[in-house]
Design a protein around this ligand. Structure first.
Ligand SMILES: *Cc1c(COP(=O)(O)O)cnc(C)c1O
Length: 396
């Protein structure tokens, strides 16, 4: 039987129709879009279409507000570095303690190498941002506030529209890493004050190695990669035309599937989550139940090691992860769950189940059949769990 894929926040399968749309741009339509002849023109036209599809998906007012990049990580880096370069007299960054490493490791580097002052805003037990601390951290030295739209580990959604307004009131720019939000929740940038937004193709059934940075019209931008005049001189280098066309197709499909994401996928996720909570016990959900992506469930199993559960799930044909793929393999507990003050008994036992439009009812039922046995088995191997049982028995 084909393994069940529940790790869609790490990456999604490229939609076969996206692959089909890309293929001609590896062969017949190989032109350089900057070329003035017919070979270039037809590729340029396809890229224009892709930009419009992406514009529609995120509700940008103008298609030229979109810069194609190599992915979410590059977009995040470009946004932060541009703000520090263009915001004269401002050298501080406001961000959160639960950002993706694409933001956190860059900012840590800037802190160490340039002495940039960083305010990392904390979250509560449900992953909700400390809004008061955020407002207090903003000031006349803030170059940019960067807060993710939705968390990749827990799915928690932050109130970015409001956060952008507060950043502007302090004269700062506002950027959001929306890599997990785009395609899963409706986004209408023209109705917000968000200045910059990062997205990535492979998180929405597009190809890997392609993404975009939205930069609002009239926001000053300093390129990360200088070279030719591609992307209106905001990102040098010959465009990855096949991937850009693929991202455009993926954006079209994401628009078409948005309703399904909000209904069918959410219902599947809820069925899975409720089933686990009811059948297994001594486990709890991490994240903001009220404001959460429809596809994500982060469940902590007390006294257990998440990696051990995942290992046995993998053997049984179910693929998931502990959270961020970038920290997989390390035994350090997740920085997101630590920031949420998740109790010690659950800190190492968390697994992330992330669904997509490709998951079926049958798959979820199968996981619900398998998981109780797997957890029971891992519990027999867990000294912490056994000790807890003995203590509980003694306590009567
Ligand atoms: C995956 C991810 C990224 C990185 O995107 P890449 O295209 O893989 O570079 C950044 N931020 C978040 C929240 C992500 O989930």
């Amino acid at each position: 039987m084909r393994p069940i894929y529940l790790d869609n926040n790490a990456t999604t399968r490229t939609d076969p129709a996206v692959v089909d749309a890309m293929l001609p741009f590896f062969s017949e339509q190989f032109g350089n879009p900057s070329s003035a002849h017919v070979f270039g023109a037809e590729v340029g036209e396809a890229m224009k279409q892709a930009r419009r599809s992406l514009q529609a998906l995120i509700g940008a007012a103008f298609d030229r507000e979109i810069i194609f990049t190599s992915g979410g990580t590059e977009s995040d880096n470009a946004a932060i570095l541009s703000a520090l370069e263009t915001q004269e007299g401002r050298d501080e960054i406001v961000t959160t303690s639960v950002e993706h490493p694409a933001i956190l490791s860059l900012i840590e580097h800037l802190e160490k190498s340039r002495g940039i002052k960083v305010h990392r805003i904390g979250v509560d037990r449900h992953g909700r941002l400390d809004l008061e601390a955020y407002q207090q951290a903003l000031g006349p030295r803030t170059a940019i506030a960067s807060v993710m739209w939705a968390n990749n580990e827990t799915g928690t959604i932050f109130p970015v529209e409001q956060l952008a307004k507060w950043a502007h009131a302090a004269g700062a720019l506002f950027h959001t890493d929306a890599v997990q939000a785009v395609g899963k929740v409706p986004i209408d940038l023209k109705a917000t004050e968000i200045d910059m937004l990062s997205l990535s193709g492979h998180k929405l059934h597009g190809p890997k190695g392609i993404g975009a940075l939205y930069v609002r019209k009239n926001v000053k931008f300093a390129p990360l990669i200088r070279g030719g005049h591609q992307e209106r001189a905001r990102r040098g280098g010959t465009e990855n035309a096949p991937a850009i066309v693929g991202l455009g197709k993926a954006a079209e499909f994401a628009m078409a599937h948005m309703e399904e994401e909000r209904t069918r996928i959410r219902a599947l996720r809820d069925r899975l989550e409720q089933g686990v909570l009811q059948q297994i016990g001594h486990c709890f959900v991490n994240g903001d139940d009220q404001n959460r992506l429809p596809n994500t469930s982060n469940i902590a199993f007390e006294y257990l090691d998440g990696e051990a559960i995942l290992h046995h799930m993998n053997k049984a044909g179910v693929a998931a992860s502990t959270g961020s793929a970038c920290t997989a393999g390390s035994t350090e507990p997740s920085h997101v769950l630590k920031a949420m003050n998740v109790p010690d008994v659950g800190l190492r036992g968390a697994i992330r189940l992330s669904l997509s439009r490709e998951n079926t009812d049958e798959e979820i039922e199968r996981v619900l059949d398998l998981l109780p046995e797997i957890v029971a088995h891992v519990r027999t191997l867990s000294p912490a769990w056994q000790e807890r049982r003995v203590n509980a028995a003694r306590a009567g």
